[in-house]
Structures are given as C-alpha cells and as structure tokens.
Design a protein around this ligand. Structure first.
Ligand code: SF4
Length: 295
C-alpha cells in the first residue's frame, strides 16, 4: 500500500503564510460570520484568504454531533440567528466573491435540520448575483428537508461521505454511510440540473480498495464532483492520523475517479471540499442555472 506512517512527510507540511490575510480577517470579523476555514483549523487558510476566498459556516459555531475528526465544538447550539443570512451575504459581497461556498454545523436539534436557514442563505446570495455551493449535513435523511434545500437551486449541492463505510462507527458515529449516499442520490434524481459533490479525508485507516469502492458508490449515486485530501488531526484528542498518503497514491485515486466519469476530481494532500471550489465551478460552467445545460 502506497502510504507512509512516518513522522509527517514533507508533502503533508504546509506553512500557514498569514501575511496576506488581514483584509479578509477584518471583513469576516466585522460582519460576525463564522468560517470553516477557522473553525476547522484548515491548513489552506493562508492561501485561500490570501486570494480573498473563504467558506462560510452557518447555523452557529456549535455542532450537535461529535465526529472524531472534526475541530468544531460539540454542544447545545443557540437558536439560528435570523440575521445570519444577511451577514453572510454582506461578507460575501465585501469579499467580492462570485462563487460562494457555504457549509454548516449539524443541527439535529432543529425540526428541519436547518434546511430553512440554508434556503434563506441561497436566496440572499442569488439575489446579489452570486453562485452558491452548499456543503450540507445529512438532515438525518429527512427527504423533505433535503428537497427544500435543493429546490432553492444552489449551483452545487455537496454532502461529504468523509470516509469509507467500515470506519463510520469510529469516525462518524452519529452518521450512516448509506444515508449519506442517499442524500446525494436523492438530489440528483429529483433535481438533475444541480451538480452534486462529495469528499473524503484519507489517512484515517482506510484501505485503497475501500476508497475505490466509495468512489464507485458515489458515481452510482450520480455524484459529479469528488475531492480527496489528507486528514490532519486537529489535536491529540481527535482521531489520529493512521497514514500519510503519498502523492502517487493520490494520483492513482484521481485516475480511478476520472475513469469512472466524475466531471471534476481533486486529489492531493491539501485538497479540502472547498479548496479552489470557485475555480472548479468556473471550469464547469460559471453562471447561475448553467449546471443543467452542460449535462
Ligand atoms: S480549503 Fe476551504 S476551508 Fe480551507 S481555507 Fe480554503 S476555503 Fe477555507
């Protein structure tokens, strides 16, 4: 297997390079929005903020789930802030974003899982001429909630499977692999104009053949875009890194995924779901409502 369990190899190291991030920091903090860039301690923050992109995290900064890989705080969240969609829109406008990526914490405490809040965010961003990419929770498989969000018409509907099925009990104990696939399949079946997207973190104990199996399952669910990146533990209390995946192995996964027919595949150590998402969208067809015409 093409991995290494040595101390962090050079390809998995990255300097944060925060020098060009001050302007973005000011905008985000003055508008009072949360980003997954900060909350998840993303290693790409210096690069992404340096080119004035960020990924918004809505529905607060406290998650109802406790996944073993995630740095976001778990607890009892406050009720959704009705002003948050407007604040996200204001921050996205001030950053000059054309394509806005929005994710959220899990809100299993809410009847609709936060679906209505996502809809308000999409409407706001579309209202100011921006395209929208969502990375949503599984809404506990609630078809009505999923449909509501998809019907709002984000250009890209993303939901991450995160890891292989065998590792769900340790990595995502409150989630279900088949349920996550079903979210993507439902969106593609009922809203075929939307592009769907998913992602995995590697190096958590998965086997290569299991990764390929997930890629096959995603394609069978009609998933269009896939991302694969190296997992980096946010702290010593989180799931440990089991292996550093070599660049060659990432290349092999990319080739396998491309062979399966994904429209876009990103596979490299520092790839994250939202990494260069605007560039992927530009390549695939950058105008609101364009997704259906290309297929
Ligand atoms: S990869 Fe995504 S989460 Fe990480 S810094 Fe870039 S935009 Fe933020």
């Amino acid at each position: 297997m093409s991995v290494t369990t040595d101390r962090k190899p050079r390809w998995a190291k990255r300097r944060l390079e925060l020098g060009r991030t001050a302007a973005v920091h000011r905008i985000l903090h003055s508008t009072g929005v949360h980003t997954v860039c900060e909350e998840a301690r993303c290693p790409n923050l210096g690069e992404c903020w340096g080119r004035k992109t960020a990924t918004f995290m809505v529905l607060g900064d406290t998650c109802t789930r406790g996944c073993a890989f995630c740095a976001v705080a778990t607890g009892t969240p406050a009720p959704p802030d009705p002003e948050e969609p407007a604040r996200v829109a204001a921050a996205a406008a001030r950053l000059g974003l054309r394509h806005v990526v929005v994710t959220s914490v899990d809100r299993d405490d809410l009847d609709d899982g936060g679906a209505g809040h996502f809809v308000l965010v999409v409407e706001r961003l579309h209202g100011q001429g921006q395209t929208v990419e969502l990375l949503t929770p599984d809404f506990q498989g609630d078809g009505g909630a999923i449909d509501r969000v998809a019907a709002a018409g984000p250009e890209i509907f993303g939901h991450n499977v995160e890891t292989v099925e065998r590792l769900y009990p340790s990595m995502r104990p409150q989630a279900d692999y088949d349920q996550s696939l079903a979210v993507l399949a439902r969106v593609k079946q009922r809203f075929p104009r939307l592009l769907t997207k998913s992602g995995l973190m590697l190096g958590v104990g998965e086997r290569p053949e299991e990764v390929v199996e997930v890629l096959r399952d995603l394609r069978a669910a009609g998933c269009d875009i896939v991302t694969l990146g190296q997992y980096l533990a946010p702290s010593s209390h989180h799931h440990p890194v089991e292996a550093y995946i070599t660049p060659d192995q990432f290349d092999a996964y990319r080739a396998a995924a491309e062979e399966m027919g994904f429209l876009s595949v990103a596979a490299a150590p520092f790839v994250r779901s939202s990494y260069n998402a605007d560039r992927v969208w530009e390549r695939l067809g950058a105008s609101p409502g364009a997704s259906g015409e290309r297929r």
